[in-house]
Write a protein that binds this ligand. Sequence first.
Ligand SMILES: [Zn+2]
Length: 314
Amino acid sequence: MLRLKLWCRAVKDDSKDERLKKLFLVLYLVSFILLPAGKVASAENPLRVEIFPKGIRQGDVFLVRASSPASFRSIHGEFQGKRFLLASGPKEGTYEGLVGVDLNTKPSRYEMKVVATDDGGRSLSKGLSCRVEEADFPLQKLTLPPSMVDLDPKTLERVNRESKKLKALFEGVRTEILWRGAFLRPVEGEVSTGFGLRRVINGQQKSPHTGLDLRADEGTLVAACNGGKVALVEELFFSGKSVILDHGGGLYSMYFHLSETGVNEGDRVNTGDVLGRVGSTGRSTGPHLHWGMIIRGARVDPLSFLRLTKHLQD
Ligand SMILES: [Zn+2]
């Protein structure tokens, strides 16, 4: 009390300007005391974001793991202008999502962002700068008789129709995530043609190899690489008898050139369930499985899903 009296006297003695300055100082200090506790804590961002693996190349998929002591009303990620889903992870308070880097992505730095709204309605976001390295895909030059390369108008029409249908299918983003835990190789057997191979046929640049060819005997059982819903069972011109699974979040897996298919569109499958048998239908030079993966339109290397195994345990 005595102190306050002294201070008041000091104020009285000051010039008008000095008194105003002191008044503002007091108001400024009092405003801190009156602020609700929640506002003071907002300086701290409780959102933690990590990616696996640390090094990303063209055609890779990577795992984004967000964690926070707070629970969220909503959470999603953004990469290259596209949203990706984050679902509750196996550990409490963690959220996980997969992001694909299309094989044609220019090597550079890209911003990846996780955006969330907590239960109190507060918006949080956390960004990470991700460097995409060049993958150095091999080049294959082939000379083939034109009859094997050029398509007649009727076939060309079929090919265009099928490619439009697949494109529309891959644009679908199921909000329910059906994959869970680690991904599985659909057949044993070594890689005969790798992912991303750039092809030049008769001097003309053709579309790159956007899947992985696995060597296997005719009739070998083909397993689902993870849980999903059968989105397509059809015989296509290039891919032959094909099965496509929708794993949710815009992630699809493809199994081409089958000799027979054993599932129907709309079926729910779990990791390891049999989808069909290895064959050589469509444009194929011998029995093998073409295994393809696409996520939010990005064509990615199936092997990069297997590289995430240690980070994707239940
Ligand atoms: Zn292939």
